[in-house]
Design a protein around this ligand. Structure first.
Ligand code: NAG
Ligand code: NAG
Ligand code: NAG
Ligand code: NAG
Length: 367
């Protein structure tokens, strides 16, 4: 959930609770009244992460280019978190290899070294990224069976654009590329990625009434996994759309979420609605009647809150085209329409595991 927004909402609720009782729907609003994007669009630097290297050495060549930006971001995140979170992180660090496992523990240690920050700061940033994102994801099937997957990642952290990187994960510098992702320097999980000839995947935040990750960090991690780490594991280990959907529907997660998956054959498109234990719903493309699926940050079978309707406009923009006309360029233009593109969007990606198309740009850059 969006920690900053809820933190503010909680204060407001305390002071005005008597006069203005808030409704259940309002509590769960992810972007209240989205505003138009303002800023430029930029290309994203590309790097290789060599999986044949020891985990501690995989990220140094990337994160060293983003030292001041990352240090600023970590400082900003820390200001939003309560002292209890820092106590929990200290406990975690005592047993990081067991609590988060490998290669995550060593990749974060290596990144912390290269950034000149404490390991705890990198752990905190890694947990923060998946707990506070707002998004739009769309999977669509062209009439010839090819699947296209678009996604905007919206975030209320400042200047995240400057740490956005595109990474090809491969064994050896020369490749081939096992999977490709758009991510943030210092973040070792994946929120948006594609395994060529396998599947594409993106994570959208889902609201839970059952407290935040930060309230119960240590409990949340007992036997459960950070979602971004799980997405990367899926890209590394699952070969097909069906295997990925099966794995992503059953692996235990530290937070509830929506996981959007696109494949390489007709009808291989799904939105998985996750509780921590397992999926409660898997919604699939059913061509030709349901040739695309739109997921923002609300259960697809329920209405969206009036103050954050990014779903109906996306549906309308998709219905303005059709499955014979949809191409990566058309998908790109849909992803760039308000309010799916808004002032909080950090990047836009359109990808296709079938054709290997992968286009990524940051949004809302300062001129
Ligand atoms: C857009 O950004 C510029 C520069 O940061 C600022 O001066 C301007 O007021 C912004 N416009 C809107 C509509 O927010
Ligand atoms: C379907 O059409 C797209 C866009 O023209 C093309 O890139 C893709 O290769 C086609 N797929 C098949 C299976 O012909
Ligand atoms: C709420 O979270 C706690 C701790 O993470 C968990 O034990 C409990 O089962 C959750 N309750 C529901 C209804 O999901
Ligand atoms: C699909 O969209 C294209 C481009 O807008 C249009 O030319 C075509 O007539 C549409 N096809 C159908 C079946 O509506």
């Amino acid at each position: 959930m969006r920690f900053g927004a809820v933190f503010v909402a909680a204060i407001v609720a305390v002071t005005v609770a008597v006069a203005v009782p808030s409704t259940a729907t309002d509590d769960s609003v992810v972007i209240k009244n989205p505003k138009p994007a303002n800023g430029t669009t930029k290309d994203v630097p590309h790097y290789v992460v060599d999986l044949s290297k020891p985990p501690k050495e995989r990220w140094a060549h990337i994160v060293k280019n983003y030292k001041p930006e990352m240090q600023d971001l970590i400082r900003y995140m820390k200001k939003l978190l309560s002292p209890k979170v820092f106590d929990d992180i200290t406990v975690l660090l005592g047993d990081l290899d067991n609590a988060l496992g490998q290669p995550w523990a060593d990749e974060m240690r290596g990144a912390a070294d290269a950034l000149d920050v404490d390991v705890g700061d990198v752990v905190l940033a890694n947990l923060y990224y998946e707990a506070d994102t707002a998004c739009t994801s769309i999977v669509a099937q062209r009439s010839n069976g090819t699947i296209f997957h678009g996604r905007n990642l919206d975030f209320n952290l400042p200047d995240l654009q400057q740490t956005t990187v595109e990474v090809s994960f491969q064994h050896g510098e020369q490749g081939p590329t096992l999977y490709r992702a758009t991510t943030y320097a210092g973040y070792v999980g994946i929120l948006t990625g594609m395994r060529p000839d396998g599947f594409s995947v993106s994570l959208d935040e889902r609201w839970t009434k059952n407290g935040t990750l930060w309230d119960n960090l240590l409990d949340a991690l007992k036997g459960y996994h950070p979602v971004g780490f799980v997405l990367r594991t899926a890209l590394e280990e699952q070969k097909t759309f069906d295997q990925a959907v099966q794995y992503l529907s059953t692996v235990k997660l530290i937070t509830v979420s929506y996981i959007i998956v696109g494949g390489v054959r007709a009808n291989e498109g799904a939105v998985i609605t996750r509780e921590r234990e397992s999926a409660i719903d898997v919604w699939r493309i059913a061509y030709p009647n349901r040739w695309f699926l739109v997921e923002t940050n609300y259960d697809h079978w329920k209405p969206v809150p009036a103050s954050d309707d990014r779903r109906d406009p996306a549906n309308k923009h998709m219905h303005a085209t059709n499955s014979s006309a949809i191409t990566p360029d058309v998908m790109w233009s849909v992803m760039n329409m308000f309010p799916n593109l808004n002032s909080e969007t950090t990047y836009t990606v359109v990808m296709s595991a079938d054709t290997h198309y992968f286009k990524c740009k940051t949004q809302n850059n300062k001129p």
